[in-house]
Design a protein around this ligand. Sequence first.
Ligand SMILES: C[S@@+](CC[C@H](N)C(=O)[O-])C[C@H]1O[C@@H](n2cnc3c(N)ncnc32)[C@H](O)[C@@H]1O
Length: 406
Amino acid sequence: MHSISSHRLFRKIVILSQKSFTYCHRRRIHTVCKSFTKGANCNELPVNLQTCDGTVCRYHVTKRLSNEIVTSDVERVDEVLKEIDNSQKGHIPVMVNEVLERLNPSTGKLYIDMTFGAGGHTRAILERAPGARVICLDRDPLAYEIAVKMSENYSSGQIIPCLGQFSELYKILQEHGIGLNTVDGALFDVGVSSMQFDNSERGFSLSRNGPLDMRMDSQRLKNQPTAADVVNKLDEVEICQIIRKYGEEKSARKIAHAIIQARSAFGNITQTKELKEIVESVFSEGSIRKDKMRRYSHVATKTFQALRICVNNELNELSNGLETIYHYLSPGGICVAITFHSLEDRLVKRHFHDIDLYKKPNASIKDYIRESRRMPSFNLFQEPEEIQRWTPLNKTVVVSSEDEYT
Ligand SMILES: C[S@@+](CC[C@H](N)C(=O)[O-])C[C@H]1O[C@@H](n2cnc3c(N)ncnc32)[C@H](O)[C@@H]1O
């Protein structure tokens, strides 16, 4: 049993912020711990999570066609590991000091790196706490192979490589005999890894031509739709909705129209360069865009981001991952989430504050009154019962040093 004073100890939130990349804003770290309040010891996952049923995004076109699992592409592992070793700086994970400070890893404890990537954060956790154990999850078979190789350098069972998506975590952890309420800390560093981004064959990059793919687990789920499927098979309204919703792109309608026109004039769009040029054609020559950090960004950046989020079902996945991890953390266990753009940021904040994802942001008093009429049991003036599932660890937004995001 945890005492009330230890509960109060955790009633602070940490939100760090690092301006980075894209038009949106800095990377942000959200840190919370699983509350000691009632409901914290949950012995069952909600049914919809067990069935991997993404229910967050109203617009969800990426229907999985088949769950055929194919063997992973191990050919690039040695090449990537060599690149990591050769790189002068090595692989420096994002906001690593801030993560370590919040997660405070220690020997004997169990952590989950939900987004293993090239393993930068896992390595840092194990350097700080050589006797800790880390479950390393990633949906990308290349990342999985790196985790397998890395595990050879540690004692048996210290690194537990896991291949799969957030929505498969329940099944994966069950297979490894990891029970609910047993994990001490979890880290989400969501988005694409540089390994994925820098390989033109994967189709994420605007600056290098390659097939319009963008699937994070293409080697594993071969039948999953690609970005080319989205732009070639959906109609104009659907493409527009995806670009507007996942890219927050104001010119979504014009871009969708240009895609349809190019498709009927020249046939399927299969290369990243083609899509980039189609988007460019919508904007007048030399038009310049700046992100919220006042840095230049390409006019197609938002469109590429939208397609990537859609193809990988990223927001549903993130929501599913956050919910699942809640059930695996022990009460007091810490969850750190690094977000990249405003959609992820909003989703994480709302999840940690238990706010309905569909609720309008910044609801006014009128909205609350409307809500109370809609739900008679809702009483505006009644103190909410203390059932907060996550305890924020700090309220301030900490901006990381500039050299980390330039
Ligand atoms: C930004 S990278 C993480 C980098 C890592 N922290 C490091 O230090 O190398 C994000 C990783 O998360 C993985 N990922 C993204 N969404 C995922 C999901 N739904 N399930 C599992 N892994 C996911 C990607 O494949 C990618 O490797």
